[in-house]
Design a protein around this ligand. Structure first.
Ligand code: ADP
Ligand code: ADP
Length: 239
């Protein structure tokens, strides 16, 4: 079943060559799709067009049956609730604890002050601790994020994404700042989210080997154009 359908999406930043040029592909529910390509290929632009942090210059982005390029503010907010982001530099509130950062995934940044646990219901807190537990972070729940290692920070980032109950996780270079051991752990957590929770993952990577090992499908971008769409085995055969 198709969750996300990208149809001839192009994006030109003002005064520049097209960052995306007629890109089309789709993502199934629970599918793990990696987007590979060198720096400047258009990978981040693609993710930003999907959650509409930026608007594509042309083309359609259909998510869960609706064209997100045509939605009003209110509908867009509903859609964004089902789409979670994971970032290369984690984008955590570093002076807040792990559990506070996860809870913010639930309620947004309206409460991005330190010491906000009291603002959340018991149910929300139980859910947030559950997710931290699933990522092996329970013992770090009350640790400030600036006291955590990179791999631990990224696990908090994934926990914050999961607590939203998303249909789709958009991960922009989630392992680019991590050592091989942490990178592998993060890829395994995302793979688990796809397999066990049915959450589709669209993951920007520049390391092809990780894409081949962990994905159901790989999209290749070059200079904004889609140059590959196939399975890891097909990519292996082409190389
Ligand atoms: P990638 O994520 O694959 O490195 P990007 O999507 O970041 O690629 O960039 C694609 C192209 O768009 C690059 O040429 C980049 O310089 C340009 N670009 C990205 N963001 C902006 C921006 N905010 N303003 C102008 N140009 C941008
Ligand atoms: P690192 O130093 O390992 O990259 P940090 O936790 O120090 O990780 O911060 C990551 C980035 O997230 C920083 O650039 C920080 O400014 C940013 N950031 C902090 N608070 C927020 C927030 N509420 N929303 C989005 N980004 C944030």
């Amino acid at each position: 079943q198709t969750l996300l359908n990208i149809e001839s999406v192009s994006k030109a930043y003002t005064g520049k060559a097209k960052a995306l040029d007629g890109v089309s592909f789709s993502v199934e529910r629970g599918q793990f799709v990696s987007v590979i390509g060198s720096s400047g290929a258009g990978k981040s632009t693609l993710l930003r067009c999907i959650n509409r942090l930026i608007d594509p210059s042309s083309g359609a982005v259909e998510f869960d049956g609706r064209d997100v390029t045509k939605l009003g503010k209110r509908e867009l907010r509903q859609i964004r609730r089902r789409v979670s982001m994971v970032f290369q530099h984690y984008n955590l509130v570093s002076r807040s604890t792990a559990i506070e950062n996860v809870l913010q995934g639930r309620l947004g940044y309206k409460s991005s002050l330190a010491g906000v646990l009291a603002l959340y219901s018991e149910e929300e807190k139980i859910r947030a601790f559950d997710v931290l537990d699933q990522l092996g972070l329970l013992e770090f729940a009350y640790r400030r994020c600036d006291q955590l290692s990179g791999g631990q920070k990224q696990r908090v980032g994934i926990a914050r994404a999961l607590v939203q109950d998303p249909l789709l996780i958009l991960a922009d270079e989630p392992i680019a700042s991590l050592d091989p051991k942490s990178s592998r752990a993060i890829m395994e957590h995302l793979r688990w989210a796809a397999d066990d929770l049915g959450i589709a993952c669209l993951v920007n990577l520049h390391q092809v080997d990780y894409a081949i090992e962990f994905s159901d499908r790989i999209i290749g971008l070059k200079d904004g154009k889609l140059v590959f769409d196939g399975t890891p085995a097909e990519l292996d055969a082409e190389a």
